[in-house]
Design a protein around this ligand. Structure first.
Ligand code: RIB
Ligand code: CA
Length: 322
């Protein structure tokens, strides 16, 4: 294992955008996936478990990486799935894998805690789902912050309209009680919905480049699963466009040179039902005087991200052009 290799556990609600993060990690020389944990979120739980296993198989790592099943509901609230965006099964609408691969023999929350305790300071937790599993892990092991190397989270909409309500992004909206606990108790690096839309979107031109590129299995998988997101964006925004929230976060872990600007602030999450459920409040002026512990990625290198993504699809090597 090279000096730069980072050992990660990926906590995911595997639908189309999560698969792209899994593929980036699985094809990267700089990442070793220790395990994948599934959390409530995008679509029905069983679909997400199968989607993760199918994606790991496509990447050629299914024999080495176990999928552990975690929380099937948020801590307190109920939520609606995002099958209007990702298709019923989460992979664009027509693909419903049945891999036959067994899941891990432990509850995902127990797996996260056990691994953190057995490998103190060694593991990075990559969170690309609602934060239910992570909050439950914190309940079991209050020293999680000290036991983990780093925690990276895709979630929240920082001074930007959310993708579920004007106030909230999906992951924080689904389980705001969990998100509140996590941002209060863990030092996290945050990749929010705002930077996702500003700096990771693929417009029609970029999507056409992918369509015209080499016909690899990863490229055709991407184009298939992106179909539902594209239709949803055409209908809602009037534009042919995909966003890559989970892959953006993973690319930032693989290649920190993508990160152009960060700020570290005190943040909190509104867990109340109603208009502001899941809203991420960022105390930019430190009005609260509370601990400043969340590092927010504010600007990201779009050109390099697109290149990494295409190198992953076409060459199975996101680092090929770095
Ligand atoms: O808001 C986008 C996030 O919510 C992504 O992680 C997506 O997969 C869903 O989990
Ligand atoms: Ca996700």
């Amino acid at each position: 294992m090279s000096r730069e290799t980072r050992r990660v556990i990926i906590d995911t609600d595997t639908a189309s955008d999560d698969t792209q993060a899994l593929l980036l990690a699985a094809t990267s020389d700089r990442i070793a996936i220790e395990g994948v944990t599934i959390c409530t979120g995008n679509v029905e739980f069983e679909y997400m478990v199968e989607n993760a296993k199918y994606t790991l198989d496509l990447a050629g790592v299914a024999d080495d990486v176990t999928v552990y099943e975690g929380a099937r509901t948020p801590l307190v609230k109920t939520h609606e799935h995002a099958d209007d965006v990702h298709g019923e099964g989460g992979l664009g609408g027509d693909l419903f894998p049945e891999t036959g691969v067994p899941s891990g023999d432990r509850y995902a929350v127990d797996y996260i805690v056990e691994q953190a305790r057995e490998n103190p300071g060694e593991l990075t937790l990559v969170c690309i789902a609602p934060l239910t599993n992570v909050a439950l892990a914190l309940q079991k092991e209050p020293n999680l912050n000290e036991l983990l190397d780093e925690v990276w989270v895709m979630g929240g909409a920082v001074n930007y309209p959310g993708n579920v309500t004007p106030a909230a992004e999906f992951n924080f909206w689904v389980d705001p009680d969990a998100a509140k606990r996590v941002v209060r108790e863990l030092d996290i690096v945050l990749f929010d919905w705002g930077v996702t839309v500003r700096d990771t979107a693929f417009d029609a031109e970029t999507l056409a480049e992918i369509e015209a590129g080499p016909d690899t299995d990863l490229a055709s998988f991407f184009l298939e699963i992106a179909s539902s997101v594209r239709e949803s964006n055409e209908a809602n925004l009037g534009r042919d466009l995909t966003t890559q929230p989970d892959a953006g976060l993973m690319a930032g872990i693989i290649a920190p040179e993508l990160i152009e600007e960060t700020g570290t602030y005190h943040v909190d999450v509104d867990e109340r039902e109603g208009l502001t459920r899941g809203h991420l409040s960022v105390d930019k002026n430190n009005d609260t005087g509370d601990d400043v512990q969340t590092t927010i990625i504010q600007s990201f290198d779009t050109r390099l991200f697109h290149q990494m993504f295409k190198d992953m699809l076409f060459k199975r090597s996101p680092e090929a052009s770095l």
